[in-house]
Design a protein. Structure first.
Length: 290
């Protein structure tokens, strides 16, 4: 088992820098969420990791080897994205057959179970599927290939709430059947809090959070009370945002609470949930009221 690393990975489209000097270390057998606002570079990063596009500079390293176009082990890395070029006039059954040939093996048992659960008829053609069902089918294929690293780019795009819950269960089931690394990008942040172990957040061409979910949540606080006392308590801490509603002033922080600082009775400290933390961490910079 080997980590998948990026070293000083940079991607430019023309003059636009999309990813700048990323040094990532993706552990084997771990479920990651890759988060970021629209245009943050999530799809670009996943496409580079899966060798669908090339970095402008820097490298992707696996098993102590720099992965280059020619040497990229196709069977070990699989990207499911909106660009999966399945032939639209092909039946699902046929696509599974072709994928099995290409990938060497295929978890037909899992695929059959998922096709049945989602009521997808394998005799249907891709062109006969709705947008949501196409996403479901692409994810079924991605979870059934033998890859060690599976990248799911927005696997829940266009899925209704029931199908999203089912899909999360099957992602976990696939992982429990055979551990592998799964990196999934999504905008539905709160829904994946219990599914993933580790969070990566892209903002302004950099990774700004690379943390276990538990650690991220443990450091995300909302501190409320009278303004002066909250400000005094939060001095020196990383403040992401603040707001004043009537007499109640709240600071959103991302930091460990100082062990020796006394918490006045007038202030209340709560943990933020994953969605709130994400929103505060990825908000455009603005002047704080401090
Ligand atoms: N082939 C391309 N040519 C030029 N610019 C591109 C290309 N692909 C992506 N970009 C630009 O790179 C930036 C990052 O795009 P990317 O699709 O990776 O973001 P994302 O985080 O996946 O966004 P979203 O959440 O909206 O899907 C955007 O500004 C996009 O316009």
């Amino acid at each position: 088992m080997s980590n998948l690393e990026t070293k000083h990975l940079t991607k430019k489209f023309g003059n636009q820098v999309v990813l700048d000097d990323l040094n990532l270390n993706l552990k084997p057998n771990t479920i990651y969420a890759l988060l970021g606002r629209n245009g943050a570079g999530k799809s670009t990063l996943l496409s580079i990791l899966a060798n669908h596009i090339f970095a402008s500079s820097g490298s992707v390293v696996w098993q102590d080897k720099e992965l280059t176009g020619r040497d990229h082990p196709v069977q070990e890395f699989y990207l499911m994205s909106e660009h999966n070029l399945f032939n639209k006039s092909d039946s699902l059954k046929n696509i599974i057959k072709k994928t099995t040939l290409l990938q060497g093996t295929f978890d037909q048992t899992l695929a059959d179970e998922m096709l049945l659960a989602f009521k997808l008829d394998p005799k249907k053609k891709v062109s006969q599927l709705s947008t949501g069902y196409r996403t479901i089918f692409k994810t079924i294929v991605a979870l059934s290939v033998p890859a060690e690293y599976v990248f799911l780019d927005e696997p829940i795009l266009g899925l209704d709430a029931n199908h999203r819950v089912m899909l999360y269960r099957y992602i976990l089931k696939a992982y429990e059947n055979r551990a592998r690394t799964i990196v999934l990008s999504t905008h539905l942040v709160e829904e994946i809090a219990n599914l993933v172990a580790h969070i990566l957040i892209l903002k302004d061409v950099k990774i700004i959070v690379d943390s276990d979910v538990e650690d991220l949540l443990a450091k995300s606080y909302q501190i409320s009370g009278p303004k002066e006392e909250v400000q005094l308590y939060c001095q020196g801490l990383q403040i992401l945002d603040d707001e004043q509603i009537g007499t109640l002033y709240t600071c959103y922080i991302y930091a460990d609470l100082p062990a020796n600082r006394i918490i006045p009775d007038s202030i209340v400290i709560k943990h933020s949930d994953l969605q709130d933390s994400f929103i505060k961490l990825t908000e455009e910079e603005r002047e704080l009221n401090v």
